[in-house]
Design a protein around this ligand. Structure first.
Ligand code: C2E
Ligand code: CA
Ligand code: CA
Ligand code: CA
Length: 279
């Protein structure tokens, strides 16, 4: 028993070393990803449920690493956040999304809003207002065409009023603020009233089993009602089937995003999809 215990321990540390090693390797590649042009944005439409009109797109980061192949965001975004690399990467994402939105705008493609994910580090380190303002000027994208997706945990990270101040200054640029993954974080009804927020994105976890799980259905109902009361738009994430769509429509959720409408697509495919009027 002792021997096998020791073996187990050995195996375990070996596994840990392998994980740590893998992370180091990934990090060293990620450092070069921006310069090597390995990062790309894909775009997923957001659809107004009542009309089927495409009202926006969310920019989602993709990494095609020369050595590691395609690495999903769930694996490299946390690493980028821990290492601080999310700052230059996030700036690249914002610039590229705004540049693309402006190009589509010039081509007359009807797309009201480009939504961009912003991580906590980007928001709390440096000067996000300066960065966003500068990128809007550089790319010429009208501020009202930009929406920043922030998570709840990001918003409640400090109680000092700095967050509120930053949000107000961002809003003063003319852009919109959405809360991502709403309902999964440290929900506080107080900040919803206090912060200048435009939209709640209902997390996919609540949408998935809408038809079969009464508790999930109740939570979605609650968030949609909350949005209506506080005059915030609601967007459901992860809409995959017509049952979910019918429920959300009936409840008066404003917009939806999910595989039912379209998967995230490279820019050219998104433009073709948008231009062909598929809905
Ligand atoms: P998120 O912001 O909640 O993005 C939505 C995720 O759900 C995306 O995963 C999208 O591909 C996926 N999705 C959309 N519709 C459906 C559906 O109907 N069914 C299912 N099963 N999934 C759906 P993705 O692209 O893998 O991104 C994962 C997460 O990585 C994002 O979650 C976001 O937190 C983060 N992320 C992605 N791009 C960026 C970025 O540019 N900056 C930052 N800070 N985070 C990013
Ligand atoms: Ca998001
Ligand atoms: Ca989300
Ligand atoms: Ca999510």
């Amino acid at each position: 028993a002792k021997a096998s215990g020791r073996n187990t321990f050995r195996f375990f540390t070996a596994q840990m070393n392998a994980d740590a090693h893998e992370r180091l390797v990934m990090l060293s590649h990620l450092r070069q990803a921006v310069q090597r042009g390995e990062l790309e944005l894909h775009y997923q439409p957001q659809v107004e449920l009542a009309t089927g009109r495409v009202v926006g797109a969310e920019a989602l980061l993709r990494w095609q690493c020369a050595e590691l192949g395609s690495v999903p965001p769930a694996r490299f975004i946390p690493l980028a956040e821990e290492s601080g690399l999310i700052i230059p990467i996030g700036e690249w994402v914002l610039r590229e999304a705004c540049r693309q939105a402006r190009a589509w705008y010039d081509q007359g493609l009807e797309l009201a809003v480009m939504a961009v994910n912003v991580s906590a580090l980007q928001f709390h380190r440096g000067d996000p207002v300066e960065m966003v303002g500068r990128i809007l000027r550089e790319t010429g994208l009208p501020a009202e065409c930009l929406e920043l997706e922030l998570t709840e945990s990001l918003l409640v990270q400090d109680g000092s009023g700095t967050t509120l101040n930053t949000l107000r200054r961002l809003k003063a640029l003319g852009l919109r603020i959405a809360i991502d993954d709403f309902g999964t974080g440290y929900s506080s009804l107080a900040y919803l009233r206090r912060f200048p927020i435009d939209k709640l994105k209902i997390d996919r976890a609540f949408v998935r089993d809408l038809a079969s799980d009464p508790e999930d259905a109740a939570i979605v109902n609650l968030i949609v009602d909350l949005g209506r009361i506080l005059k915030l738009k609601t967007v459901a994430e992860g809409v995959e089937d017509h049952g979910q769509l019918a429920f959300l429509c009936e409840r008066g959720c404003n917009d939806g995003q999910g595989y039912l409408f379209a998967r995230p697509m490279p820019a050219a495919a998104f433009a073709a999809w948008l231009g062909s009027g598929p809905l």
